[in-house]
Design a protein around this ligand. Structure first.
Ligand SMILES: [Zn+2]
Length: 53
C-alpha cells in the first residue's frame, strides 16, 4: 500500500523544506530547522511530461 504522495512543506521564515515524513515525527507542523510554525505546502519536484500545445 503506497500513498505515493509525499508532501513537501516550506518554512515561510527560513525557506527550509520539510517533508511530510519528517513532520510525522512531531505533533506539530513546524520547521525542523528554526522551529517556526508557519509552513506552506510546496509541490515536490516531480517531472511530468506535458504535451506541448
Ligand atoms: Zn524555518
Amino acid at each position: 500500500m503506497s500513498s505515493g504522495g509525499e508532501i513537501i512543506y516550506e518554512c515561510v521564515r527560513c525557506s527550509h523544506r520539510v517533508s511530510s515524513e519528517e513532520l510525522r515525527l512531531y505533533d506539530d507542523v513546524r520547521c525542523t530547522r528554526c522551529g517556526y510554525k508557519v509552513l506552506k505546502k510546496t509541490r515536490p519536484p516531480i517531472v511530468k511530461r506535458v504535451k506541448a500545445e
